[in-house]
Design a protein around this ligand. Structure first.
Ligand SMILES: Nc1ncnc2c1ncn2[C@@H]1O[C@H](COP(=O)(O)OP(=O)(O)OP(=O)(O)O)[C@@H](O)[C@H]1O
Length: 270
C-alpha cells in the first residue's frame, strides 16, 4: 500500500516547535479553563494528563482551532496569525479526534473517512489510497464497507482515529482515544502513535497512565487550567516517592507533582 506523502513532508520546516503557547488563556463564559499556560511541543508523542476539569479538553480544542483563546499567544506550525486562508491551510495539516465526534450512522466507515479527507482537502487523486491506508492502520479493513451505525463503541473510536490521520497530519490531537478499545487494540494503537510521532507532533489526552508509559516520551500535566509539569516521562517517573499514592512509578510521579503544585498554591495563598 503506497503511503500518502503530505505536503508538509516536502515543505521546508520554518518552526522550532509544532505547538508554542505563551500565557495562553481560554475561557468558557466567566470560567477560566486554561489559565495562562506556556507550552512548547515538537515532534514526538506527548501525553496530556490531569484530573477531571483540569482543562485538557479545552486545551486540545483550542489547539484544534475549534475554540478561540481569550488572551496569550498560540503558534501552530510556525503560524501565529489567523487569517481565513491561514486557518484553512493550518486545518489541512491538523488531525483531531474529539472526545465525542459526530457522524452519520448511515455512512460506511469508508464514506465517513472519505468525507473527512474531503473536508481536509486531501488532493482528489490521493483520497482513495489515503482512506484505505488509514482504515488499515486502525485495523478496520474488514469493516470498511459496514455502516457506522453498526460498529461497536471501540470500532467507532477506531474509525474516529482513522479520520484524524487520513491527511497524515503534522499535528495530531487526540482526546481520550483509547476509551472503549480492548487491550489488543490499545497495544496496536500505541504502536500506531509511536509510528506517527516519529514525524509529527502528537498530543494525547488520557486518564490511562499505562498508555502514557507505553507510547509517550513527553508528558504535560495540568491542574485547574495550569501546567503542573511539562517534560520527559522519565522526570515524571522520578518525581514520586514510596509515600505517594499509585500502583506504578508514573502514578506516583503524577500524584507527587499534583500534591506539590497544590501545596505550593495553598502556601502562596496564606
Ligand atoms: N462548554 C463549557 N461551558 C462552561 N464551562 C465549561 C465548558 N467546557 C468545560 N468547562 C469547564 O472548564 C473546565 C475545564 O474543563 P475541560 O473539559 O477542559 O477539562 P478536562 O481536563 O478535559 O476534564 P475531563 O478529564 O473531565 O474530561 C471545567 O471546570 C469545566 O467545567
Amino acid at each position: 500500500m503506497p503511503r500518502t506523502v503530505s505536503a508538509s513532508e516536502t515543505a521546508p520546516t520554518r518552526y522550532a516547535h509544532h505547538i508554542r503557547a505563551h500565557a495562553l488563556t481560554v475561557r468558557h463564559g466567566r470560567r477560566t479553563a486554561v489559565d495562562g499556560i506556556d507550552l512548547e511541543l515538537g515532534t514526538g508523542v506527548h501525553g496530556l494528563l490531569g484530573p477531571n476539569g483540569a482543562g485538557k479538553t479545552t486545551l486540545i480544542r483550542t489547539l484544534a482551532t475549534v475554540l478561540t483563546p481569550h488572551s496569550g499567544d498560540l503558534e501552530l506550525l510556525g503560524n501565529a496569525r489567523r487569517s481565513r486562508g491561514e486557518l484553512r491551510e493550518l486545518r489541512r495539516r491538523l488531525g483531531y479526534l474529539p472526545q465525542a465526534f459526530g457522524h452519520y450512522r448511515r455512512f460506511t466507515v469508508r464514506e465517513f473517512v472519505e468525507y473527512m479527507a474531503w473536508l481536509k482537502e486531501v488532493p482528489r487523486h490521493r483520497v482513495a489510497d489515503a482512506v484505505q491506508h488509514s482504515i488499515d492502520r486502525v485495523d478496520l479493513t474488514g469493516r470498511a464497507d459496514d455502516r457506522m451505525g453498526s460498529l461497536s463503541g471501540g470500532m467507532l473510536r477506531r474509525a474516529g482515529i482513522a479520520q484524524a490521520i487520513v491527511n497524515d497530519p503534522d499535528i495530531l490531537l487526540l482526546d481520550e482515544p483509547t476509551v472503549g478499545l480492548d487491550p489488543a487494540q490499545r497495544m496496536e494503537f500505541r504502536t500506531l502513535l509511536r509510528d506517527i510521532g516519529a514525524q509529527s507532533c502528537v498530543l494525547v489526552s488520557t486518564h490511562l497512565v499505562e498508555d502514557v508509559g507505553a507510547a509517550c516520551a513527553g508528558v504535560v500535566l495540568m491542574d485547574e487550567g495550569r501546567t503542573v509539569f511539562a517534560g520527559h516521562l522519565d522526570h515524571l517517573r522520578a518525581a514520586g516517592t514510596g509515600a505517594d499514592p499509585g500502583d506504578s512509578d508514573i502514578e506516583r510521579g503524577y500524584s507527587a507533582l499534583l500534591r506539590r503544585h497544590r501545596e505550593g498554591k495553598a502556601g502562596a495563598g496564606r
